[in-house]
Design a protein around this ligand. Structure first.
Ligand SMILES: [Zn+2]
Length: 291
């Protein structure tokens, strides 16, 4: 009797291991017809199906599937196409996901993180913003706010918040006076004197307050996981919960927070990944339905 039980357990383990190996992922080379992508790029996934990009779900927009590559210190981006999911003995026993998938690894292109791109911050500004404890508290608050979802099925085309020229690129390497090196997560547009900053699309204001590094900041949630942020404002003209239309002013540009000089720092995030506004807006507008 005991031998029969042992045999049953052995067979169960043997077959569940067999099921597991059946559901390993295999490599493909045809999902994206290129081997490298730029940080912050918006990828149009050519085939239908469910994808994970860097572990995050890709997004549908107007029946097409997109994914933001994001901006990370990790150079390799893994795109996984889920073929099917299966509940197995192993799955029920240990939890976790088991699925058959195909994947492709892309190389992320971006500048090197040199330690010599020092921000030329005035000493008075650095003294004001070099407050790590406060910055950490604000980050925690931001994370919670950014995790909220906002339903908006009519999100149309997007626009620039001001008509201006670029003064600093997305993903430009930066070094703070304390030696901390990081990538620029937005696009800086020239705005030396206060001028109206316009919401890039329809949405709802989810934050409108002063924070240490961003200065006066407005965050608009556009729905479908799309968020825009406007920083260093001299004046905030909206309140949390307020609905805004594309092109509606959210405040005036300025030089509050961690800045060398007055400008607009504009950021786009989709599903938690930072997108390069210079590429994101034109590609999004190619697929949006103008309103
Ligand atoms: Zn900036």
């Amino acid at each position: 009797m005991t031998h029969k039980k042992e045999l049953a357990v052995f067979l169960l383990i043997f077959f569940s291991a067999f099921t597991l190996s059946d559901y390993e992922s295999k490599e493909v080379a045809f999902l994206i017809p290129q081997s490298s992508v730029y940080a912050g790029e918006l990828l149009h996934l050519p085939a239908k199906g469910e994808y994970l990009i860097g572990g995050k779900k890709a997004s549908y927009y107007n029946g097409r599937q997109f994914a933001v590559v994001g901006l990370s210190k990790n150079k390799q981006i893994r795109i996984t196409k889920i073929i099917d999911r299966k509940s197995s003995f192993y799955h029920r026993l240990f939890g976790g996901k088991i699925y058959r998938s195909e994947h492709q690894v892309l190389e992320m292109k971006r500048p090197k993180l040199y330690k010599d791109n020092l921000l030329r911050l005035p000493a008075s500004v650095w003294k004001k913003v070099n407050r790590q404890d406060k910055i950490q508290q604000e980050r925690n608050k931001l994370r919670k706010i950014l995790n909220t979802e906002y339903a908006n099925d009519d999100l149309g085309c997007l626009q620039y918040p001001i008509e201006s020229v670029r003064v600093s690129k997305f993903a430009a390497p930066r070094t703070l006076p304390n030696g901390y090196a990081y990538y620029h997560t937005g696009l800086d547009l020239r705005s030396r004197s206060p001028e109206p900053i316009l919401s890039m699309g329809d949405g709802k204001v989810i934050l409108a307050e002063h924070m240490t590094s961003p200065g006066n900041m407005v965050i608009v949630h556009h729905g479908k996981g799309l968020v825009s942020r406007y920083m260093h404002l001299s004046k905030i003209d909206v309140q949390v919960g307020q609905q805004v239309k594309k092109g509606e002013a959210v405040g005036l540009s300025g030089g509050t927070g961690r800045v060398e000089a007055p400008h607009l720092h504009w950021e786009i995030m989709w599903k938690g990944n930072h997108a390069n506004p210079e590429h994101f807006v034109p590609l999004w507008n190619r697929h949006c339905s103008p309103t």
